[in-house]
Each structure stands twice: as structure tokens, then as C-alpha cells.
Design a protein around this ligand. Structure first.
Ligand SMILES: NC(=O)c1ccc[n+]([C@@H]2O[C@H](COP(=O)([O-])OP(=O)(O)OC[C@H]3O[C@@H](n4cnc5c(N)ncnc54)[C@H](OP(=O)(O)O)[C@@H]3O)[C@@H](O)[C@H]2O)c1
Length: 270
């Protein structure tokens, strides 16, 4: 199993949550990191923390929904670090998108631009370089929410399902070029993203534990890193539940579509 110690790793969405914790744990293992996000102040604080732990950190202020910016930051990071080994495409956003009076394709576009196209822009930027070097690891962060449609979270779930499906196909194509895809599918992880949720989150796990699992999965070159196991098992089985039953099970928690309902509610979705 190849150790991750000392590797050159780019992380998008590094300013908070999973991305920030990954950076801290990888810093402690002597990694050289390229940290990308929009909030420069948080990246600067994180870079100082990474260096204290024994790693090296370069920061890049970048909006992953901006194709030009992603290309420019990825190529700059690849040059400055002297050839990246791993890219973690983790930046993501979520927001309830109930099909009520508030329904707007704009919200879907915004979520897909970050969660789906942000990943694709990153792959587009790094792939020629990985191919030229004959190796590389791509780590897209999807979600267990990709496994089955959930009422009220259709933009987020749809964006993650797109990532999961695309990466499943690309994994096979890229393996021939010695480029590995390690798809990450978390359940609920305690981060600023989930701190906003008002509903009970089953099997919520601390971010430190989630990141240990992700790092171990990268080292093992797992095809998919899914956790926590109980939610993964439940949602895997949910794929086989007939539609009529799924509708009944999720229906009770679904946001109401009456025009009087203007709340941005959704069913719990990791
Ligand atoms: N937490 C969970 O339970 C959970 C479960 C399943 C999957 N995930 C996935 O895990 C990933 C990380 O989530 P998290 O929980 O760590 O969320 P978080 O704490 O809200 O962090 C999200 C990160 O994404 C960055 N980001 C958002 N929009 C961006 C943009 N346009 N350009 C660049 N960076 C952007 C944010 O940085 P800036 O705002 O500074 O740009 C931030 O660093 C996401 O893809 C999420 O969907 C999370």
C-alpha cells in the first residue's frame, strides 16, 4: 500500500470542514499541499497550522465554478509544487430545493456549477499533466445522497449522483493510463455544512474520523470510500426498494408543494 506521507496534494474546498481537516491530517504526515477555496483569510490560517504540523502549504484563492480560474490555479499549483500526486475535488455546496413556489432552476444551476462542473474543471486542468507523467490520483468527494433521490434535496442529490456516475465510468477509462479514481461517498459528517441542518442526522460522525477514513482509502486506492457503514448499508439496500415503497417511506418527510408552503425544508440528505 503506497504511503501518503510526503505526497504533493491539491485540495479544493480547503477552507472549512472536510477539506480543512484533511489538510491538517496530511500536514502532520509531511505532505506538500495546495489549498484552494474562496476565503483567503481562512486559507492563510490553515496554511500556518499545516506548517506547524510539519507540512508545507501553498494557498490559491479560487472559485471552482470559474473554469478559467480553476485551470490557472491547478496549473500554477502543479508547477509550484513540482508535480502533484493527488487532487482532492472536495469543494461543494448544498441547499434545499423543494418543488414549491420557491422552485427555481437558478439554484440547481448554482449547485451543479460548483458540485459537478467544479469537479470537471479540475479534472480537465490536471488530466493532461497526469497523463504526461503516467500517474496520478483523482479523489472526487461525492455523497451517500447520490444513492437514491430524496424529496426536497433534488439539486444536491442530483449533483452528487452525477459525480458518482461519471466517476464510476471514468475510473475504468483512466485505470488504463495509470490514473486512479478514489471516489469518496460520506454520510453525515459534522462540519459547518451540516451545522446548519435542523433535522436529526443519523450516524453523524466527527470530521476527524471521516478524514482518517478518506486518507486510508486513498492509500489503499479504494474504488469508493463509503462511510459510516450503517448509513452506507441502509442506502445501498434502498437502491433495491421498489419505487412505490420508496415514495411512501420518504413521503412523510417530503416538503409540501402547496403554494402556502414556502419553507425551504428537505428530507435529511448527507
Ligand atoms: N458534511 C457532510 O455531512 C457531507 C456529507 C456528504 C458529502 N459532503 C461533501 O463534502 C464536501 C465538503 O463538505 P463540508 O461538509 O466540508 O462543507 P463545508 O464545511 O461547508 O466546506 C465546503 C468547502 O467548499 C468550499 N467551496 C464552496 N463553494 C466554493 C466555490 N464556488 N469555489 C471554491 N470553493 C468552494 C468552501 O470554501 P469557500 O467558501 O472559502 O470558497 C469550503 O471550503 C462537499 O462536496 C460536500 O457536498 C459532505
Amino acid at each position: 500500500m503506497p504511503s501518503i506521507n510526503g505526497q504533493k496534494i491539491l485540495i479544493t474546498g480547503a477552507s472549512s470542514g472536510i477539506g480543512a481537516e484533511l489538510a491538517k491530517q496530511l500536514g502532520a504526515r509531511g505532505c506538500q499541499l495546495a489549498l484552494l477555496a474562496r476565503r483567503q483569510d481562512l486559507l492563510e490560517e490553515l496554511a500556518a497550522d499545516v506548517e506547524k504540523r510539519g507540512g508545507k502549504a501553498h494557498i490559491y484563492v479560487c472559485d471552482v465554478a470559474d473554469k478559467e480560474a480553476v485551470h490557472s490555479c491547478f496549473t500554477k499549483a502543479d508547477d509550484e509544487l513540482g508535480g502533484l500526486d493527488i487532487v482532492v475535488l472536495n469543494a461543494g455546496v448544498g441547499k434545499p430545493t423543494p418543488a414549491n413556489d420557491n422552485f427555481s432552476s437558478d439554484t440547481f444551476e448554482w449547485i451543479f456549477k460548483i458540485n459537478v462542473f467544479g469537479v470537471l474543471y479540475g479534472i480537465e486542468a490536471i488530466l493532461p499533466r497526469f497523463r504526461k507523467r503516467g500517474h496520478g490520483v483523482i479523489v472526487p468527494v461525492s455523497s451517500l445522497a447520490a444513492y437514491r433521490g430524496l424529496p426536497g434535496s433534488t439539486a444536491y442529490g442530483g449533483s452528487k449522483a452525477a459525480v458518482t456516475n461519471m466517476m464510476e465510468g471514468m475510473r475504468v477509462e483512466l485505470a488504463d493510463q495509470n490514473i486512479q479514481v478514489v471516489l469518496v461517498s460520506p454520510g453525515f459528517v459534522k462540519t459547518p455544512m451540516t451545522d446548519k441542518n435542523k433535522f436529526d442526522m443519523p450516524f453523524l460522525i466527527p470530521v476527524e474520523k471521516a478524514c482518517r477514513k478518506i486518507i486510508r482509502g486513498i492509500e489503499k486506492r479504494s474504488r469508493e470510500v463509503q462511510f459510516p457503514f450503517p448509513l452506507f448499508a441502509i442506502l445501498s439496500m434502498a437502491k433495491m426498494i421498489p419505487n412505490f415503497l420508496w415514495d411512501r417511506m420518504t413521503g412523510a418527510a417530503a416538503p409540501k408543494s402547496k403554494s402556502s408552503s414556502k419553507t425551504d425544508s428537505s428530507t435529511p440528505s448527507p
